[in-house]
Design a protein around this ligand. Structure first.
Ligand SMILES: Nc1ncnc2c1ncn2[C@@H]1O[C@H](COP(=O)(O)OP(=O)(O)OP(=O)(O)O)[C@@H](O)[C@H]1O
Length: 253
């Protein structure tokens, strides 16, 4: 793939927790302004791979990583690279919404403050991030309310707003809808599809319908390896590998 079609990539990655090898010779490219879904049965290493891009295993003493993770030309594990700076370029949204126990406004303002965004610019950025995340109309009159009083779906959209406010290049999403009801899930899916105009998105999901609704490309993993990847439509309509076929048909997982 030519380089301008690659935003984020892993090359020859192996990862162990203690003696257990969890990722095996993973090489994958993620295209800019596309949504890519990582799918596969429980325990196959999807979250481990996603988290490795954001250096989330740095503090696990038993994690050992080989191979390269690149954001365009930046080696994400380069010695001396600031993890804070890296996470500004690669944001992450988790399975369970995790707003700070502060006001809705402050949840977004905090990240802007610690990243030295001038005070005068912050209200506009906060409003814009809330609008982009389809939550502004619901919260605009109660920005001082504690974020923890929002519904689960609203909290997750707030967490997405908190991430987009910092204008990362990539947003990693680890099962962002698994704790949400169907209506909130659809709102987040609509949001994900809209956000790809500005961001490159990688999403871990167990929900095959969700992968087909939101993802341009899909990567199927099994026991720590990538078995198949391709355009989502092709992978679901004509999987090349028998394991992929059985998984997408719901025969195991
Ligand atoms: N910090 C850790 N220390 C030790 N083992 C871990 C750690 N994190 C994950 N594992 C193990 O690595 C394997 C892969 O886990 P991972 O969470 O990446 O799978 P997954 O495909 O995302 O699964 P799920 O769909 O259930 O979330 C599992 O066997 C898990 O127990």
């Amino acid at each position: 793939m030519s380089n301008d079609l690659v935003k984020l990539s892993a090359k020859g990655v192996n990862l162990w927790f203690g003696n257990k090898q969890v990722l095996k010779n993973i090489s994958v490219d993620f295209e800019p302004n596309k949504v890519t879904a990582l799918i596969g049965p429980s325990g196959c290493g999807k979250s481990t791979l996603l988290r490795a891009f954001n250096r989330m295993h740095d503090l696990s003493p038993d994690a050992r990583i080989e191979g390269k993770f690149m954001l365009e030309n930046q080696d994400l594990y380069e010695k001396g690279l600031s993890v804070t700076q890296l996470r500004r370029r690669i944001g992450m949204v988790f399975q369970k919404a995790n707003p700070f126990p502060k006001s809705i406004y402050e949840n977004i303002n905090y990240g802007l403050k610690i990243n030295d965004i001038p005070k005068a610019e912050r209200p506009g950025i906060i409003e814009n991030a809330l609008r982009e995340s389809y939550i502004w109309e619901e919260v605009k009159d109660e920005l001082e309310k504690p974020a923890t009083r929002l519904s689960g779906g609203q909290q997750q959209r707030l967490c997405i707003a908190r991430t987009v406010a910092l204008r990362p290049e990539v947003i990693l999403m680890d099962e962002p809808c698994s704790a949400l009801d169907p209506l909130s899930t659809l709102k987040i899916e609509e949001l994900i599809v809209k956000l790809k105009k500005d961001f490159t998105i990688v999403i871990v999901t167990h929900n095959m319908q969700q992968a087909q609704r939101v993802a341009d490309k899909t990567v199927f993993m099994y026991l720590g390896e990538i078995i198949e990847e391709g355009q989502t439509k092709d992978m679901f309509a004509n999987p090349k590998n028998e394991l992929t076929a059985n998984y997408v048909k719901g025969h195991f997982g």
